[in-house]
Design a protein around this ligand. Structure first.
Ligand code: GN1
Ligand code: MG
Length: 372
């Protein structure tokens, strides 16, 4: 999809930012379900420098300015810590926002599209399925480290850019609404999936009850801790940088840990149709707990630690619910690339929930053994 129009559009967008080299080329990168992402190369006196130009989907994020304010605060904080510790690789260890020519954090073009620009992190890549136990440890350590560095972020509470983002009860109720409306006449085909979810309704209130009791703390969290939102250094195999900071906002660390379990323990992609390939691999879970605990034990409370195993199941269930809801509503939220794509994704996630239900005891045993 590298068309002339695309390239011309990206070139025009690039001109709005404090990118001063000569435009060479642009091409799409990234596999997100929400935003469009491009890499663009610029020539600076014979040296090629790469940037990322990315849209902010304002249907999903109604206030892109607040998204960018959150990202700016978090990345600036991280950068100042890296600089203070004289880290020689500081430039690759956090996203760097490039402002527009008039010093704004984003640009709104005539077509009504919001754009932002980052420095491209080179010599690193992301993985859609987990490659090794060490990689699982790395990814978990990176997200734990990210949370840890935000424990003492100075200033006001971050903006809640998508209110109730991980509110499982609200997600469940939205599914029930979609079933009732059945605007696309798709509920009959998914009847057994819907019933399966309803049998698991109890799960949706577990963490919310703890929040209401005041025992599960609010922290600053990433909220989209997929395996492929951590960049892994090409040479060392170490996690170098946590990316996709759109949903950085107040939340529970359990949502972050759970989303990591959901995406880093299954050997299959999130939209794999052959669900016999979908399984929660307990050795990967063990590596995640190990990596996460090493980087979070300094701040994690007992209630958080005691719900690490549950959080994986909850997040797989919740994202599955969101995919199924979007399927019933006509695929209006997540990008789809084939018919029934969201239904396939939902069934894949439900299979992962079943796999975790079967291994619940073993998961708790891992946490008990590792987190001491
Ligand atoms: C979306 O940004 P992206 O595509 O990685 C979604 C996440 C889901 C994920 C499922 C803002 O993430 O919540 O877990 O898809 N982001 C938003 O793959 O809804
Ligand atoms: Mg995202």
């Amino acid at each position: 999809m590298r068309t002339k129009t695309d390239e011309q559009q990206i070139r025009a967008v690039g001109k709005q930012f404090q990118v001063h080299g000569r435009f060479l080329r642009a091409f799409p990168i990234g596999k997100g379900h929400i935003n469009d992402t491009y890499a663009a190369d610029y020539d600076y006196g014979g040296r090629t420098v790469r940037y990322v130009h990315q849209t902010i989907n304002h249907h999903v994020f109604p206030d892109p300015a607040k998204v960018m304010e959150n990202i700016d605060r978090v990345t600036s904080h991280k950068r100042s810590l890296l600089v203070r510790s004289e880290d020689p690789d500081a430039g690759r260890k956090t996203l760097t926002v490039i402002p527009t020519r008039d010093d704004k954090l984003f640009f709104l073009n005539d077509a009504g599209t919001f754009w932002r620009t980052y420095i491209f992190i080179d010599r690193a890549e992301t993985f859609d399925t987990i490659a090794s136990l060490d990689q699982a440890r790395q990814v978990a350590g990176a997200y734990g480290g990210f949370q840890s560095l935000l424990v003492d972020l100075p200033g006001e509470r971050l903006h809640e850019t998508i209110p109730n983002f991980h509110h499982a009860r609200m997600r469940y109720d939205c599914l029930m609404d979609a079933v009732e409306k059945d605007s696309q006449n798709r509920a009959a085909v998914a009847a057994s999936d819907i019933e399966w979810v309803m049998e698991r309704e109890d799960n949706v209130d577990v963490l919310l009850d703890l929040v209401n009791q005041g025992v599960l703390p609010e922290r600053i969290t990433h909220n989209d801790t997929k395996l492929n939102n951590v960049m892994i250094d090409d040479t060392t195999g170490k996690a170098i940088c946590v990316v996709d900071l759109d949903t950085v906002m107040p939340g529970s660390v359990l949502y972050d840990f759970g989303d990591m379990v959901r995406t880093a323990t299954s050997p299959a992609l999130e939209d794999e149709r052959d669900i016999s390939k979908v399984t929660m691999q307990i050795d990967m879970f063990d590596a995640l707990v190990d990596g996460y605990w090493q980087s979070s034990k300094g701040f994690l409370c007992d209630v958080e630690r005691d719900h690490l195993a549950f959080s994986g199941k909850l997040l797989a269930l919740m994202i599955g619910i969101r995919f199924l809801t979007d399927h019933l509503e006509g695929d209006v939220y997540f990008k789809t690339h084939r018919p029934d794509h969201n239904l396939d994704r939902a069934r894949n996630q439900f299979q992962l929930v079943r796999s975790m239900e079967e291994q619940e005891q073993a998961m708790h045993a891992v946490v008990a053994e590792r987190c001491v």
